[in-house]
Design a protein around this ligand. Structure first.
Ligand SMILES: [Zn+2]
Length: 67
C-alpha cells in the first residue's frame, strides 16, 4: 500500500502484509512517518528518555537523603 508521511509529505510504498500496514488499516496508528522523519523523532525520544532517567535518579537520591 502507499502511505504519505505526515511530516514531509513523502509518499512511500510499504508491504501490504507488514505489521505497519496492518496497524494503519486497523487504525491503531493514524499517521505514517517515513524512515528519515522516524529516525529524526526516534533520536529526540531517546534524548528525552535520557534526561528523564537523569531526573528520576536525582529524585531517588533526594528521597534517600531524607531517610
Ligand atoms: Zn517524512
Amino acid at each position: 500500500m502507499q502511505v504519505k508521511c505526515v511530516i514531509c509529505d513523502n509518499i512511500e510504498g510499504i508491504d501490504d502484509y507488514s505489521l505497519q500496514a496492518k496497524r494503519l488499516r486497523n487504525r491503531r496508528i493514524h499517521m505514517y512517518l517515513c524512515k528519515t522523519c522516524y529516525e529524526r523523532i526516534d533520536e529526540k525520544t531517546k534524548a528525552r528518555h535520557k534526561s528523564g532517567n537523569f531526573r528520576l535518579y536525582r529524585e531517588k537520591k533526594r528521597k534517600n537523603d531524607l531517610i
